[in-house]
Design a protein around this ligand. Structure first.
Ligand code: GLP
Length: 241
């Protein structure tokens, strides 16, 4: 595991975007696993800048998002469909038919998960999976549990996760109770994982996930078993390492 700590958010964003753009420059047909949440926003901003400078094209890139809420419309300001459009898709030359996000409004959610797994299988392997980290150690929406699911599945969100994400909604009651998420098996199958964490409030979980026991009660700890993980931290989130 290669852990890099940055003094400023700008440096972290440049490093993250640099890794992703570098991969796409050498492999224009790369398959990228994308994340949402507050953490990757600055990295997407940098990627858009790099694209606007003409330094990287995404026209042959395929993307798979980690997750989506169940039951809010695609055009809801906090849906992950809308997030991706706003922060990346509308500003780069990705082709819409090569971007994938689970549909949290599908009439049959089980079938939607199976369909998503099939698309992932067709793509063979994610070259780079971008990940954020939940305060309880979740990755994607794989919540701590006594067992984890390998493929895309429906998940009931923990109260702490809904509380953490309530800042994006008008009130906690509006935060969906369920989501669709890529499973840890798919995440761990990626060739490379880029875990990004910021903020003092994540220092303890960073320490636990990266140096603690490998346990499904802290899904991010499973990343310790992966052969190629790069971790980008700001100094606050890395202070206990
Ligand atoms: C969210 C997302 C995760 C994200 C995490 C941390 O609920 N499902 O993919 O990595 O929680 O979010 P943030 O970056 O806003 O702290």
């Amino acid at each position: 595991m290669n852990i890099l700590t940055f003094r400023s958010n700008e440096e972290l964003n440049e490093a993250g975007a640099g890794i992703i753009a570098g991969l796409v420059q050498t492999n224009p047909k790369a398959v990228l696993g994308l994340a949402t949440g507050g953490t990757p926003v600055g990295i997407y901003e940098e990627l858009v800048k790099t694209h606007r400078k003409g330094m990287v094209s995404f026209k042959s890139v395929t993307t798979f998002n980690l997750d989506e809420y169940v039951g809010i419309p695609e055009d809801h300001p906090e849906s992950y469909h809308n997030y991706m459009k706003h922060h990346l898709f509308a500003h780069v030359d990705l082709s819409p038919e090569r971007t994938h996000i689970p549909n949290g409004n599908a009439p049959d959610l089980e079938q939607e998960c199976a369909k998503y797994n099939q698309h992932l299988e067709d793509a063979k392997q994610i070259d780079l999976q971008l990940l954020g980290l939940g305060h309880n150690g979740h990755i994607g929406f794989n919540e701590p549990d006594h067992a984890l699911v390998s493929g895309t599945h429906i998940v009931k969100l923990k109260d702490e996760t809904r509380e953490a994400n309530a800042r994006f909604f008008d009130s906690i009651d509006e935060v969906p109770t369920h989501a669709l998420t890529m499973g840890v098996g798919t995440i761990l199958k990626a060739k490379m994982i880029l875990l990004v964490v910021r903020g003092a409030d994540k220092a303890e979980i960073v320490h636990k996930a990266l140096t603690g026991p490998i346990t499904t009660e802290c899904p991010a700890s499973l990343l310790q078993t992966h052969p190629h993980v790069v971790v980008l931290l700001d100094s606050a989130s890395g202070r206990l390492l």
